[in-house]
Design a binder for this molecule. Structure first.
Ligand code: SF4
Ligand code: ZN
Length: 288
């Protein structure tokens, strides 16, 4: 098969778009889609200081590389969650990424707040990922605000959005609309805006971008990761119905909605939905 754009031998076949491309044209194609997506959904502005959260994995590495390519003002943030050798390997990959892209790397260690995710896993096995999510959001927001960033970008993918939605819907939960938006502007001055510039990109597209572009990343996987059942269902539907994820997503993404009630944590002062924020409650439970 030949490249749809230049006619040379194709290197990738994108079923969701029904096209084949050579390596060089793929890089341009990817950049263009991200650029259009950022514009259409007003995900980022060129004059913003962007804190890019990186984990060392392919998706956030692709995000950092493409945002840099598109001329955005970015720095990297790596959160050391204290997950054995996984955290060390991830940090090495992020250090390489920072060198390769010539971007400033900021590192925050959860253990400086008094615990690690390995501690959480030992004490409250089934809740590890939700505790980890609380810790990551807390640190990102606090670091972003204290260092004057306008927005925090995370590497969520199209599959993350769709599987999150289906999983919650199937569990009977009210699906949390905030998580399904490509940009969340702050509802309070202590909250930093959040953006998902790759929300329309698939994991495969990100993987191709980092491989073809020679962008450092690691294959290392978190030992606490649950079976990715819902993701696998999403992959399977996409395999049988190419384009499913992107079409589904288009129906899903909604404009921002207001927030009901804001209060501040009486322990740390961050924004909370009750007297004590989720992060401090987590710490209390670990300490008791
Ligand atoms: Fe944290 Fe769970 Fe992700 Fe591991 S798999 S990094 S514990 S959210
Ligand atoms: Zn080509």
């Amino acid at each position: 098969m030949n490249c749809r754009k230049c006619g040379r031998k194709a290197a990738v076949n994108l079923k969701a778009y029904g096209i084949s491309l050579c390596e060089k044209c793929y890089i341009e194609f990817y950049k263009n889609i991200v650029k259009k997506s950022i514009k259409r959904f007003r995900i980022l502005n060129q004059d913003e200081r962007i804190l890019t959260a990186v984990s060392g994995g392919k998706d956030s590495s692709a995000m950092a590389a493409v945002l840099k390519e598109l001329g955005y003002d970015i720095e990297l943030l790596y959160i050391d969650l204290g997950i054995g050798s996984y955290s060390k390997e991830s940090e090495n990959a992020v250090r390489e990424l920072s060198k390769n892209l010539d971007l400033k790397l900021n590192v925050v260690r959860l253990k400086d707040y008094g615990f690690t995710i390995d501690d959480v896993a030992e004490k409250m096995r089934r809740k590890t990922c939700s505790a980890c999510g609380i810790a990551k959001r807390y640190i990102m927001n606090r670091f972003g605000r204290e260092n004057d960033f306008d927005v925090i970008a995370t590497g969520h993918t199209a599959e993350d959005m769709v599987s999150f939605y289906i999983k919650n819907l199937a569990g009977g939960a009210k699906v949390w609309a905030e998580k399904l938006m490509p940009r969340n502007d702050p509802f309070d001055e202590r909250v930093v805006a959040r953006a998902k510039p790759l929300f329309e990109m698939s994991e495969k597209e990100n993987m191709l971008y980092v491989i073809i572009g020679n962008i450092p990343y690691t294959h290392a996987e978190c030992p606490h990761a649950p079976e990715p059942e819902w993701k696998e269902i999403v992959y399977e539907v996409e395999r049988r119905k190419p384009g499913f994820v992107k079409n589904f997503l288009r129906g899903l993404v909604r404009p921002a909605e207001g927030f009901e009630k804001i209060s501040y944590c009486k322990i740390c002062g961050e924004v909370a939905s009750s007297e004590i924020c989720a992060f401090c409650r987590l710490k209390e439970r670990l300490e008791s």
